[in-house]
Design a protein around this ligand. Structure first.
Ligand code: SF4
Ligand code: SF4
Length: 243
């Protein structure tokens, strides 16, 4: 069985909804700046995504309700992150057994508190694999599920075929994520790969908002309104939303 099929089979085991392979060379400098030379040495990324349960995401405007917040943190976050982490762990082991280098990137682990970022951007890999675009919310937006997807990545030197090329952004005149954010963390600027994240998103505002919620009650520290509101994830026809 070829390597691609074996990776697809593992993706099926963990119920992955998105799977793609990205050529990382166009983003080498940004990857180097974020994660350093060890991370930037990999030419390819395997991007995997799992769609969040709409029944849980649709409740996010009511996250002051403890049951809503607890279920989002558990099934919208911890459980899906575990499934993604198990996928990247198994695929990395497979690639290593076949003689390749493979570095699993955790689904959701910040490594730099000052810059508020992980060692590598899953959104970047998914975008380069042709799975979606970066929205005004700075989230990866997929055409069918919007931003309601969690992601993880395997960095590798295995010569896997690249699955796609970056999608044109389709936010158009929509501004819903910008308007709903309770701390005005977004500027409303459309994504440009040459721009720094700061041009679109003040991550510190979102981070401080979560810190203040955690101080009051860690169980209720939930927002996700930018993810909830995106019309591409709401299973309505985007044409009906004025996009
Ligand atoms: S999670 Fe909430 S506070 Fe953070 S950027 Fe999204 S809408 Fe704003
Ligand atoms: S809510 Fe609108 S502007 Fe924001 S990411 Fe989705 S389509 Fe783009």
């Amino acid at each position: 069985m070829d390597m691609n099929q074996r990776i697809k089979d593992i993706a099926g085991t963990w119920g992955a909804d998105f799977l793609g392979v990205a050529d990382l060379s166009p983003a080498h400098d940004a990857i180097l700046a974020q994660g350093g030379p060890v991370v930037a040495a990999y030419p390819r990324a395997i991007s995997v995504g799992i769609v969040l349960l709409h029944t849980i995401v649709d409740q996010l405007p009511h996250s002051a309700d403890r049951a809503v917040a607890v279920n989002y943190k558990h099934h919208g976050y911890d459980v899906i992150n575990q499934r993604l982490d198990l996928f990247v762990s198994r695929v990395s082991s497979l690639l290593q057994r076949e003689g390749y280098q493979a570095l699993p990137v955790p689904a959701s682990k910040r490594v730099d508190d000052e810059r508020i970022c992980a060692m590598f951007s899953h959104k970047l890999a998914a975008r380069l694999a042709g799975l979606g675009w970066i929205g005004k919310s700075c989230l990866l937006v997929t055409p069918k599920e919007g931003p309601r997807v969690r992601w993880a990545t395997v960095l590798t030197d295995a010569p896997l075929p690249v699955t796609g090329k970056p999608m044109e952004e389709r936010c158009g005149s929509c501004n819903q994520c910008v308007e709903i954010c309770p701390v005005n963390a977004f500027t409303g600027e459309a994504f440009m790969s040459s721009d720094p994240r700061e041009k679109r998103f003040n991550a510190g505002k979102c981070d401080r908002y979560f810190a203040s919620m955690k101080k009051k009650d860690p169980e209720l520290a939930v927002c996700g309104l930018c993810l909830y509101v995106c019309p591409y994830g709401q299973h309505r026809n985007p044409a009906q939303t004025g996009l």
